[in-house]
Design a protein around this ligand. Sequence first.
Ligand SMILES: [Zn+2]
Length: 96
Amino acid sequence: MSTCPNCRTGTLHPRTVNYANWHGGQYVIVPNLPAWSCDVCALCRVDSEALQRLLPLIGPVTPPDPTQPRRAVAAKLAVGEQPHDETDPDRDRRAV
Ligand SMILES: [Zn+2]
């Protein structure tokens, strides 16, 4: 255990977190990743060793990809229905 680098008062305790971020253009969720949290200011950081082992598997952090459909939108589609292409400026014309 070590002193919190944020508040310099609390102590960092081990815990697990659900890590979620964009890697290689994909939204990746990793459950139960080792992390450290402060008992005073609630700072929470993913364990650097665990992250170093994970990054070669899932690739580098990338900015969010706005062309990827959101899961909530895709879940509303009926079977066989295709989500419309936001990047296609003529998508309304083709539907007629
Ligand atoms: Zn703290």
